[in-house]
Design a protein around this ligand. Sequence first.
Ligand SMILES: [Zn+2]
Length: 323
Amino acid sequence: MDKAILGIDLGGTFVKTAILSTDGKLLAKHEEPTQAIDGLDAVLDVICVASQKVISSAGLANSDIAACGIGAPGPLDWRSGIVFTLTNLPGWKDVPLGAIMSDRLGIPCYLENDANAACYGEFWRGAGQGARNMCLLTLGTGLGGGVVVEGALLRGPDGTAGEIGHMIVERNGRPCGCGAQGCLETYGSVTGLVRTAREGLEGGEASALRERCDGDWDKLTGVMVSEAAEAGDAFAHEVIRTTGEWLGLGIANLLNLFNPEKVVLAGGMIKAGETLFQPIRETATRTALDVPAARAEIVPAGLGENAGVIGAAGCAWERFSQG
Ligand SMILES: [Zn+2]
C-alpha cells in the first residue's frame, strides 16, 4: 500500500495517536494516559507505546509510515523540533523531541505547536475544507487559535504567529495571564464568560445562577451559564450574547487582516449553538469591512477532539512532501 502518516497529540492528560492515509483518511486511533507526573522518560515511553499500538492496530509496520507529526503545547521550536518547556508536564526542559522520536520510531518526526496543529486539522479535514484562508479560534479555559494563509500555516519566524487570544480588544481592559490588558481571551474564553457572569451577579443581576452557586461565585462554570440560558434564564442568555459580541469584535479584526473564506470555532463553548453564533456573526459583519465580511463564513469545528492529532499528521505530511 501507499505510505501512511502518524499523528501524535501530546497533552497533559492523554497522548493521542492516529494513523492517516496521505490524503487524510483516518485509519486508526488510540490514546494512552500521559503519566506526566512520572517525568520526561516515562512520557517518552508512553509516546512510543501509543505510537506502536496505533501502527499495529492499523495493520502496519513502522516502515509503512512516511512521516510523523507531534503536536505539543510548547513553547517550542517547530523548525528544530526542540520543546523548551511543556505546560502541565514537569521535567521538560529543552528536549529535542523531534530528534528523539525520529530515532526511537525510525520515522521522520516533525514538531508543531498544538494550537497550530488543530488549526491545520480543521483546515485539511474539518470545517475549513474548501477554504484557502482560514482562522481557528478554540474557546476553552483559554483562547487558542491559528491562521492558514493561502493553504499554509502562518507560523512566523519564532512560531508565535496566530496568537488570536492575545489580540487586544479593549484598552485598559481585563488583565491577562500574558501581562497585557484587554486580550480577547479575557472576554471570549470560557474563563472570560464566567467572569462576565460573575461580575453581573456581583452587581445584583437577577438569575437562577444565584441559587445554583449558593452565593459562592467560585462554583460558577461555563456549563452552568449555558444550561441556565437554555432553561430560559435571561441573564445567562445575555452573558453568552455579550461573550459572542466580544468574539465577533475579535473576528472582525481577523476578517480585515486576513480576508479568510472561513472562521472556524472550536472548543466546549460552541455547544451553546446559535445563542453564541448569532451575536458573533452579527457583530463581525457589522464591524468588519464589507467585502471581507460578506466573504467569510463563521462555522463550528468539524473534528472535535481529533483536530489536533489529525492536524499534526497533516502538518508532518506537508513538511515531509516539501522535503
Ligand atoms: Zn493576553
